[in-house]
Structures are given as C-alpha cells and as structure tokens.
Design a protein around this ligand. Sequence first.
Ligand code: NAD
Length: 702
Amino acid sequence: MTQINAKIAICVEGDIGFITSDNAPVNALGIAVREGLVEGLKALNEDPAVKAIVLACAGRTFFAGADITEFGKPRLSPTLQDVIAALESSPKPVVAAIHGTALGGGLETALGCHFRVAVPAARVGLPEINLGLFAGGGGTQRLPRLIGPEQALEFCLSGKPVSAKQALELGIVDAVEEGEPATIGAAFARRVIDEKLPAVPVRDREERLAATRADPSTFDALAARLTARKQGQDAPQANIDSVRRSFTMSLDDALAIDAVANRELMSGGQSRALRHLFFAEREATKIPGLPESAKAREVRKGAIIGAGTMGGGIAMCFAGAGIPVAIIDTTQEALDRGMERVKANYATSVKRGSISQAQMDQRLALITPAVDRAAAADADVVIEAVFEDMAVKKEIFADLEKRVRPGTVLASNTSALDVDDIASVLDRPEDFVGMHFFSPANVMKLLEVVKAAKTSPDAILTAMAVGKAIGKVSVLSGNCDGFIGNRMVAKRSAQAERLLQQGAFPRQVDAALTNLGFPMGPLTTNDMSGLDIGYSIRKRRGTPFPIADAIVESGRLGQKTGAGYYRYEPGDRTPHANPETQALIIATSQKLGITRRDIAEAEMVERLLFPLINEGARILEEGIALRASDVDLVWINGYGWPRHLGGPMFYADEAGLPHIVARLREFAAETPDDPSLRPAALLVELAEKGQSFAVWQQGSAA
Ligand code: NAD
C-alpha cells in the first residue's frame, strides 16, 4: 500500500491496481481526495505491471457526494470534472466498486469509470435537484448514454436514490455482487482482463441516444408531465435542459454549457434556499445546553390516547416505523370509527401503489385498539390526542401517570393549551412534553417538540428521537401561545382579514401567495380546515375578525358546508368565487367605514409575510425557538412554505432586513391598534448592524 496523500492510497496485486479513498465519514469528494485520485491514477497507469484498475472506498460508503462545504467557494483544481475526465481517458480500464451510497458527484465519478460493480445493499442517485442544481459533473450527459435520456430524466428529476438491483436493471451498473468492494471490483477487473471486455468510455456510447435524437416527442411529453407541478422552480427546467443537451450536442459542448448553467443556479437564491434547508435539518437535531449525561430513552412501544383525526394519524406513524402502538378511546364506537379511518387511509395508499397490501396488513397488525387505558401501561411513550379541553387532558395525565413506569414519556398533542398548566397535575412533570403534530399527522413532516418548564433533558431527547424514528422533522419549541408555527400564522391571518376589509377578495389574497409558490392560499386553507375552529378561538379571546366572523355567522363554515370564503360543488374541493361571500365582504367594509381600494399583489405579499416574520423574530428573541433555521423548518414542513424560498427567516434575509423594518413601521403607523406590527427589537438591531438571521445565534447580543 502506498499513500498518495492522507486520503488516497494505491497498491498493486498481480496485474490489478487498486485506488482506495479513505475520507471518513462519507468519502466526500473534497480537494485532497480529488488530488489523490488524479495522482494515484497516473501512478497506476505508469506501472507496466497493471492491466486494470479498481477504484473503491474504505469505511461505510463509496463517495457519497461532493464536499458540500466547498459549495459557493472558489473552485479548486483539480475539479471533480477534471477527476472524471482523468478516469474516463485512462488508457487502462477502471472499475468502480460501489458500496454504501454513490450520490451526486459520487455516482458521476463512477460514471467516469469504464465499468461499475456494486454490492447488493448499495444505492446510487443524483440528488442535486434537491439542492436546486443538476448533476454538473457530467451526470446529466453520461447517464443518458447508459440508460437513455427518458430514464435519465426521471432519475434526475426524482432526486431519489435507487437500489443496486434497480441500478442493474436500468443499466447504471454492470454487475451486483456480494463481498468486499475491493474484492468484487477485483473479480470484475479479472474478467475485463481475461475476457478482454471492451472498455468503452461512457462518453463514447451513443447507441442509447439514437431513438430520442430521431424523435424527441416522448422526451418532451415526459418533461412536461414531470414539471407540471413545479412552477416557479428553476432546477427542474435546468435538469431537463441539461439532459436534452445529451442528445442535441456533443458531450464537450454540453459540458461547457452545463458548467455555466450550474454555476448560475448555484449563485441563485433558490439553490441557496435549498442548501440552507439541508443544513437546517442537520442543525435542528442539536440541542445546546443539555447535560452530557442526557440521553434519549429507548422506545419499543407507543400508546395514543384518542382515536380521532390526529390520534389515528399518529398511530399510523408509529406503525409505519415498525413500532407497536396501542390506540385508546373511551368507547368501542369511537375506536371503531377511528380504526375505520386508519384502514381507509391505508387502503388509499395501497390503491395508489405507495404501499403493498402486505405492508398494510403488517402495519395494521402493529396497531392495537383498546378502550381500557391499561393498554398504555407498558408503553415507553404515550401521546394524548383527545379533545382540546384542559379538564379532559388533566384527568387523563393524572390517571396515566399512575399506570405507567416512571420515565415513560407522557406527551400531549395540544395545539393551543398551556403545556405547563397540563403538567401541573403531574407528580413527575419532568416526564411530560408537548408533541405537536400537524394534520394529516401521517403525512405532514413537522413535529414541534414543546418543552414545558419542568421537562427533563431525557424527555426532550426521547421526543426528538421518536420524531426521527417515525420520519418527522422535529423542531424544539418553548411554551407559548401557538408555539412557533401557529403563533406566527395568527399574524398572517390577521393581515388576510385586514386585506379583505380594505379591498381585496379571497382569490386575490390567496393568489398573492400561490403565485409565490405556496401550494394553497391562507383562505383556501381555512376553508379546508373549517372556519368554526378559528371562530370559537376568537370568541373565547374576544378578538373579532369582522369578515371571518360574519361568514361563519351566515352559516358558511368552509368546505364541509359547501361554502366559506369560496363556494364548492358537492364532492369537489375546487374553490369557486362566491358572490354571496363577496357581497358580505363589501357590506362589512362599509359597516366598518372603510373605503375599499385596489391593493397591488406586491403589497399583499409584504402584508401577509412581513408581520409573520416579525413574530418569528420575537420568537427568537424570547428563546422560544433555538435558531432562525428552526423557524424556517417549521414553515417548510408544517405550513407549505415553498422549499425553494427557504422559509420565512431565510426569506427575510434575502428581502433585506432594513426593508422589512421600514415596511413594518409603515404598517404599524397605519394600524395603531395592532402593536404586534411594530418591528421586533431583534429585527431592528440586526437591520441596523447590517447582520442577518442566518448568522444570529441565541445568547449572542444581536
Ligand atoms: P377529534 O375530535 O378528531 O378526536 C378526539 C378523539 O378523542 C375522539 O375520538 C374522542 O372520542 C377521543 N376522546 C375524547 N375524550 C377522551 C378520553 N377521555 N379518553 C380517550 N379518548 C377520548 O380531535 P383531533 O382533531 O384529532 O384533535 C385532537 C387533539 O389534537 C386536540 O388537542 C387538537 O387541538 C390537537 N391537534 C389537532 C390538529 C388538527 O388539525 N385536527 C392539529 C394539531 C393538533
């Protein structure tokens, strides 16, 4: 074994040369790896004993991708493209031996080799689209030459890795073999030498391009279908354009254009937003300030109290992760209703093909319905999801605490009750935590883990670990009215109401956000959830919304009654303009003495978003959220904020904090009765110092 540098070694056994990368943890293709690969390859090509070369990685994976910490920095030579070109032009055949995951630049490196073999557990993919990019190391040019432009397009636009078996079927790898990567690589190299297999570089394989070149209509139709729901996003179209170049121009011309196009994407706001979210998800799992000894407790069984909308969905999350779960309600009837809903949800998934019948059966078998709370006695975590009623919740927790082992995490899915008040009935409040799921709980990715005053570090870590196990993005929140997400959304709702009073109609308010890329506008969302929920909260708090209240009082509660802000045809969720509601809106403006005016869409966007951003800043200064990127994750995963816009605090940084402060001051002056519109101290301070939410840290004087 000869070390080329700290990361790359070479050796020769008989007539086979080996290049081994050892760059823990994931063999990212950083500069040292790239330099070593080029040098190692040169050395083996110069060694007359070597007839074929195996490229493999030590540790848990083949090259898992580019070194993401080099993104946005000046490019260092040799670039990944240089490495791939060196592999591809190697006079001696190179076999990539893949284990773990070959993603992005990792797969592109393998595509630069003459042959690819993989272990059965390996996975390969081009996830660049998830970061707002395309595979700019030639992936979009070489993959079509192996598997055809149409399959390559689907592969690039999905961004999802495929198994070794699928990769073999597609033609991305040449063989799948059990064994050590270097061993299976060597076995294939032996065949290459002995059987004189033709070592044609991928760049020279043109035969899979011929059909699309002759008739690109299938490709075009596929491209249109795959981007139909991705309006406003740059990366999908950039992927299509790049794959199209594979069959419309030479590889070198295409690579030259790719380099420019990908650099443009890389410096654009959308890719910046997506990269921000990539790091945000990693950050959110870290909870500073906990004692070293704190650790998550093992969760082998769960229990859910309440088999309603949320309870059933949460039980499905556990079953989906293979964790047995009891679901408990007061009557057999309520339980049966709940289980019917769970079964219907699964049946829909089977029909759509997202799970198999066998998977449905397995998951149902993990959910045990019960009317007796004794079924929760041996659970490691119990999540309460009953009516939003403090007395009912207190009774349940006081009783549960006597039934379960100390250390069992007791969690409430409350959306709006004070978690400290709930915990006040407990002898062991340290085991209590809020676990706020979003509806539909089996689908929505967000979990707000709400820390009550006495929640122990272990209970926090356990709730976060449960979130991870069941596939959620967990964000820690302090205790306050509405926690992170609903507290911010309340500010947007107030502005939507005000826009209606001042001159807008529902469709214009919603369009302001759907045109930005939100999947649904705030008023359509309210119609879907039911307008009575907000109404009863406002009545309780004495905070009227004259228009929203008038709509409810006229008997229109949203989709479920066929009318709300919009009108609905029976059995159809499409919102239609509702002339009666519009008349009611105009009449209410009149009653309030407001002269209605045309409001520009840009103003609506700012009025809907800046106040919620302002509340986000307050949430940060109060320490309710740990970091601005956590607030972004809440909105991305729970409230439909488009990923390519990065979340509200990222959006604020991009829009410019001084601009937001100035606009908020104008809104506050126009609306003196709403002090929440005055810019938060943190926002003002960051704006004045020319700083951003991205670099602000809890505890640092802003
Ligand atoms: P739901 O009305 O659909 O279900 C409540 C269930 O609890 C019913 O099946 C009821 O029979 C059962 N129940 C009532 N008292 C009980 C008791 N003492 N013991 C056992 N079961 C009992 O309500 P939901 O929409 O599922 O909401 C449940 C909780 O989740 C509430 O706290 C709510 O605020 C919260 N939440 C709801 C949403 C949402 O969008 N629906 C989102 C997040 C959080």
